[in-house]
Write a protein that binds this ligand. Structure first.
Ligand SMILES: Cc1cc2nc3c(=O)[nH]c(=O)nc-3n(C[C@H](O)[C@H](O)[C@H](O)COP(=O)(O)OP(=O)(O)OC[C@H]3O[C@@H](n4cnc5c(N)ncnc54)[C@H](O)[C@@H]3O)c2cc1C
Length: 671
């Protein structure tokens, strides 16, 4: 490979390979084999000229698969048996465990590239832009280069971990040794030998016996802490010493592989920017194996280029992602269990089945059989925790949808009181409580005196609004509807990360109208319970009028769903429509508690940087105060409970809407 003759030259390339590690090397070999490099202008960017020289690659496959993956001529050793020292040793036919030296892969790739006019930029990649649809403009060193198709294998970074995700390391430190006597069994590789100190992690020795007097003996650790050179030297030399034979060290292999169930954080740069290898999530995080998957992927990418179509990677099956997450969680939180988990697994499950499982080729019943052989308690505990945490990560809208469907089901069996109880609890614990945190959103409260003035100001707004109701129920009702629409729309749009304004207000109106107009009779009934409503001649609202209003409301909602291309808007419309089969108060409660208050609670938790339990404690005095006010007035309401309930709710809501509006102005528009 040549370096650019003129560092400032602006060059145009058909293919750019960023990183010449395993993934891109495998791809290049396949492209070459298919004649797809012929006549192409090619560049490679890699700041390190080690490429894959510093590592060796192992994987298992059948011979046919090996040939199909074009790896046969790279293989330098293979084994028929896999041993878990002191536990089991299995012949893995028709599979074999294969070994490829990184340096052979790297040399072969360089040989292929030398047949083409390939320019090598020994730098890290700089700024990437796309000013024309056909090319990416990339600055590298002092040059600006233009590339049509990019294969990017830079090591990725990871998104912030969710609670149920883990990020640990597989670190290893190995010696290729030559012993003075023949001591190794060349038909068997040792995948794991746990007869070493575990040092608060999961660690084992991995042995690849190339000849009877030559082997790679490698200390491997799965854990949050990486192996240090000193501890590796101690453990490894103790281990080799107990082999009882003199030896010399011929080579070293040192490495770190991230084992992360976190999401890989790579930008989407379009269809012609193809992430490769670890960056494309091809490394199985619970094992650290990637080579076989990358070899398969190289074939797939080559086929796609040959057929001039897009390369569509099949995403991993969700259940394997779940299993990996569980194992990594156990390895990171209870690393002392690792030895027990692996030894139990290999003792009780045939090796070929484990290998099939590790390759994600098992079916569900095979997986159940494997799990039945594992230590059950720790896995069940981890699974339950994971499922709960995943449930909390579901979009909020899942809750009101599920609640609506369950309540409809319960109402068929006349046991919908269960939903009423849950809703009442939800109203007290989240509905009222999310409004009882307004004192925390105010920037001005620094001491109890200021808190006192805040409460007085807050209650004054409520009393003033009660006065408006008293003077003119019509005005009170209109104001209530308008600010509720504003507030509901604001919270939903904040949750869905849309810009607030007139559209969010319009959405809030749609929500309210969906609830009210689809419960025409009950709506009229409530209006009739509001004292002194005059200009609404509520008796005269005809069915036709309601039908028209319903159509208008749904059309408005669908219009917004279309404009914002939002499945959330659509789903809200659907469950509100379904909720028309339930009483109005239930439909309102489902939206108010299940969607609005929970979103608000979440925003407050993020904005105030407080956990739910702290927020509950903080909200308790005002929640109790709010509950007392509501029950006090309901006590005196005779016959028109619902009307009074809405009036009190509106009075308590008005100051809350102001507080939340101020809070949302400061609250950053991201989750
Ligand atoms: C020591 C070791 C041994 C392994 N053994 C096995 C094994 O036996 N079996 C198995 O299945 N898996 C194994 N793996 C895991 C996996 O197969 C390898 O990590 C593999 O190399 C991943 O391929 P890759 O192309 O994604 O990354 P890499 O091979 O690491 O290649 C990435 C390339 O990008 C370059 N680069 C970095 N930053 C930049 C930048 N800013 N701009 C441009 N280029 C950049 C790097 O120099 C490197 O050449 C091993 C990993 C290690 C570390």
């Amino acid at each position: 490979m040549k370096q650019p003759a003129n560092a400032n030259a602006n060059s145009v390339y058909d293919y750019l390979f960023i990183g010449l590690g395993a993934a891109n090397s495998l791809l290049i070999l396949n492209l070459y084999k298919n004649g797809l490099l012929d006549g192409k202008t090619i560049a490679v960017i890699d700041p390190s000229s080690k490429f894959t020289d510093d590592r060796t690659f192992c994987f298992w496959s059948t011979r046919e698969e090996l040939v199909a993956l074009n790896l046969e001529e790279l293989v330098s050793a293979s084994w028929d048996n896999i041993e878990i020292a002191g536990v089991t040793k299995h012949n893995i036919q028709p599979l074999k465990y294969y070994h490829i030296r990184g340096v052979d892969l790297s040399n072969k790739t360089k040989e292929v590239l030398s047949l083409n006019e390939v320019i090598y930029y020994p730098y890290s990649i700089g700024v990437i832009e796309k000013t024309k649809p056909e090319y990416f403009n990339i600055s590298v060193g002092d040059s600006l280069i233009y590339c049509a198709k990019v294969f990017d294998s830079r090591p990725p970074s990871y998104c912030k971990l969710q609670k149920n995700q883990s990020h640990i390391y597989q670190s290893f430190f190995g010696w290729k040794i030559k012993t003075i006597r023949n001591i190794f069994d060349t038909t068997s590789m040792v995948m794991m030998d746990f007869k070493i100190p575990q040092s608060d992690s999961t660690q084992f020795i991995y042995i690849l016996p190339f000849e009877e007097d030559r082997a790679l003996v490698e200390l491997t650790r799965f854990g949050e802490n990486k192996l240090s050179k000193e501890e590796s030297l101690t453990i490894l030399s103790d281990y080799v010493k107990q082999l009882g034979v003199d030896f010399e060290i011929i080579e070293h292999e040192v490495g770190i592989i991230p084992m992360s169930s976190g999401k890989i954080d790579v930008p989407d740069l379009g269809l012609d920017w193809i992430n490769m290898g670890t960056r494309a999530n091809l490394l199985k995080c619970s094992t650290g194996y990637a080579f076989h998957a990358m070899a398969e992927d190289a074939i797939m990418q080559t086929e796609a280029i040959k057929a001039n179509r897009l390369s569509a990677r099949v995403s991993r099956k969700g259940r394997f992602v779940f299993y990996d997450r569980l194992l990594l969680k156990l390895l990171s939180k209870t690393s002392e269990q690792g030895k027990n988990i692996f030894e139990t697994l290999f003792k009780n499950v045939p090796m070929v089945n484990v290998l099939k499982f590790m390759r994600e080729k098992t079916n569900f019943s095979e997986e159940l059989l494997i799990f039945s052989k594992l230590p059950k308690r720790i896995f069940i505990e981890a699974a339950v925790k994971d499922i709960i945490q995943e449930t909390f990560r579901l979009p909020i809208i899942t809750l009101p949808i599920a609640f609506t469907l369950i309540t409809i089901l319960l109402s068929w069996y006349n046991i919908e009181f269960i939903s009423w109880v849950v809703l009442a609890l939800g109203f007290l614990t989240v509905g009222l409580a999310h409004g009882a945190l307004d004192h925390l959103t105010s920037q001005k409260i620094l001491n109890s005196k200021e808190l006192f003035y805040f409460v007085i100001g807050y209650l004054s707004k409520a009393v003033l609004f009660a006065l408006v109701w008293w003077l003119s129920s019509d005005t009170g009702l209109v104001i209530f509807i308008l600010f509720s629409a504003w507030h509901f729309g604001q919270a939903d749009f904040k949750e869905w990360r849309f810009k607030e304004g007139s559209s969010s207000f319009f959405w809030g109106l749609v929500v309210l109208m969906m609830i009210l107009f689809f419960h025409g009779e009950e709506f009229i009934n409530i209006l009739q319970q509001i004292p002194n409503l005059s200009y609404l001649s509520v008796d005269k609202m005809s069915e036709k009028l309601f039908l028209g209003l319903q159509i208008l409301t749904i059309s408005g909602g669908l219009f917004l769903a279309m404009i914002y291309k939002s499945k959330y808007i659509l789903l809200t419309l659907i469950y509100l429509l379904l909720a028309s089969m339930l009483p109005l108060l239930m439909a309102f409660g489902i939206y108010f508690v299940g969607q609005h208050s929970i979103s608000g609670w979440k925003h407050l938790s993020v904005g105030l940087r407080k956990g739910s339990s702290t927020m509950w404690v903080n909200s308790l005095p005002f929640t109790l105060g709010g509950a007392f006010i509501i029950f006090y007035f309901l006590w005196f309401a005779v016959g028109n409970y619902i009307g009074i309930f809405f009036i009190i709710l509106s009075c308590l809501s008005l100051p809350h809407v102001f507080s939340m509006h101020n809070f949302y102005r400061l609250f950053p528009n991201k989750k």
